[in-house]
Design a protein around this ligand. Structure first.
Ligand code: ZN
Length: 459
């Protein structure tokens, strides 16, 4: 930008020589490396009438291109490698016929429409010293973070939400890496991960290595020339060779206020602990689990009725917002880093066998926290008339505890559900899922099962 060569009328090429042919090859390589769809010789400092293009239909080289015929009109968005950080709306002919000499010096004609027609007109303009901003009806700044090439790693719903928010913010995800397809949900059918589904819906390429350290996979990621790797609940630690690949950084979105709740289940553990606030952290990834330097962090209040599903979704959206801010800083050449206080670290292990079972001798608040932490999946369970009953939503009941056995039904509320005695206090059960059945309002369950006061839940 600003070089006078961009504003000169370029000279025709009298003959296609071998040095001009190698210039064209060099320009194509430059164009591909910069993710452009076209490049004109003045843009690399050579005032000659030569353009190269590839709009996805293979490389085109044209010496002395001339637009012989224009037809129709179309407004479209353009950018230019010589005008970085800007985009604009430009009115161009919808179809053009162009004549020129190909790489071998033979006369060729192109009948072009769509993006090919637009790119030809843009590049021929360059040969006449005209830039798209001269013709644009409207020019705007392209946010710098949207120019970074991201490779996104994620697997469950948390990752899918972060990915969708990044795409909604126009971030440039060049590929998505996710865990292998596994049996999921009812009936154990093999299903794609939520991140894979989100990637497919956005038309993004998906990579599913058995292990992120595989040599073939490392080569694939390297070929994508990522500026940044982003992980959001990928489920695997990335090996050092992978962390070293991106040009700028490898970042992780972690749904806790690190160094609290490092590990695989931060939201679940925060809810089990009855935390009233938690948060989300953008961290620079290292080889150690969740121990890297903190870039940005935001605290979030936990709503009393919130379960893990809704809290995770909220933290994913907040995390994506922080990530976009981080990318903007990175694109501008700065990345503030703050080491974690390792001595304050706590660990959030995955759910252990037996932890999904409700213990009615616990205080009401703890019973409710377990229900929230395990909803909507896999669901906290108890037993009722010898069968497993999932409890998906519950809240502390207002009335004081009566001296009833923990687990016994104290009250049936036709509209709300039923109240169960806990170790101290009592719990209003609002949403249940009987074994093999569907989730239903506890009030409907009460009617269907003819639940009576005095019946017992639990083993
Ligand atoms: Zn251009």
């Amino acid at each position: 930008m600003g070089d006078p060569v961009l504003r000169r009328r370029a000279k025709p090429v009298p003959r296609v020589t071998s040095s001009l042919r190698s210039l064209a090859a060099d320009m194509l390589a430059t164009m591909y490396a910069s993710d452009g769809v076209g490049l004109a010789a003045p843009q690399v400092g050579v005032s000659r009438r030569l353009i190269v293009l590839d709009v996805g239909e293979g490389p085109v080289v044209l010496f002395n291109p001339e637009i012989l015929h224009r037809e129709g009109e179309e407004v479209g968005t353009e950018g230019c490698l010589s005008v970085p950080g800007k985009a604009g709306e430009v009115r161009r002919a919808a179809r053009v016929r162009v004549r020129g000499l190909d790489g071998e010096g033979r006369t060729v004609w192109h009948e072009a429409e769509g993006l090919f027609a637009r790119a030809l007109q843009h590049e021929v303009d360059h040969l006449d010293g005209v830039l798209f901003v001269d013709r644009a009806e409207r020019v705007w700044d392209v946010p710098p973070e949207t120019t970074l090439r991201l490779v996104f790693f994620g697997t469950p719903g948390f990752g899918a939400t972060v990915l969708q928010e990044l795409l909604a913010a126009d971030c440039r995800v060049v590929a998505v890496v996710t865990g292998p397809d596994r049996p999921r949900g009812r009936g154990g059918r093999v299903l794609p991960s939520p991140v894979k589904e989100a990637a497919a819906a956005a038309g993004l390429p998906v990579l599913q290595p058995a292990s992120p350290g595989e040599a073939g996979f490392l080569a694939e990621v390297a070929a994508l020339r990522p500026d940044v790797l982003v992980t959001a609940a990928y489920g695997r630690l990335l090996p050092p060779e992978l962390l070293a690949l991106p040009r700028l950084a490898a970042l992780n979105v972690h749904p806790s206020l690190l160094p609290a709740y490092r590990g695989p289940a931060p939201v679940l553990r925060a809810l089990l602990d009855g935390a009233e606030r938690t948060g989300v952290t953008i961290m620079r990834m290292t080889e150690q689990l969740d121990a890297g330097d903190i870039v940005l962090q935001r605290e979030v209040e936990v709503e009393p009725e919130e379960d893990r599903g809704s809290l995770e979704a909220r933290l994913a959206r907040e995390g994506a917002r922080l990530l976009v801010q981080t990318l903007r800083l990175l694109a501008g050449g700065e990345l503030p880093l703050r080491p974690q206080r390792a001595e304050e670290a706590t660990y959030a292990p995955a759910l252990r066998p037996g932890e999904e079972r409700l213990d009615w001798t616990e205080p009401a608040g703890r019973v409710v926290n377990r229900v929230r932490a395990l909803s909507p999946e896999p669901g906290a369970h108890t037993f009722f008339r010898g069968r497993r009953l999932l409890i998906l939503a519950a809240s502390p009941a207002e009335e004081a505890a009566s001296p009833a056995e923990p687990g016994s039904v104290l009250e049936v509320r036709p509209r709300e559900g039923f109240v169960v005695a806990a170790g101290t206090g009592s719990v209003l059960v609002r949403l249940v899922k009987p074994e093999g059945g569907r989730a239903m309002a506890a009030a409907d369950f009460v009617n269907g099962a003819r639940l009576r006061v005095g019946e017992r839940l639990g083993a």
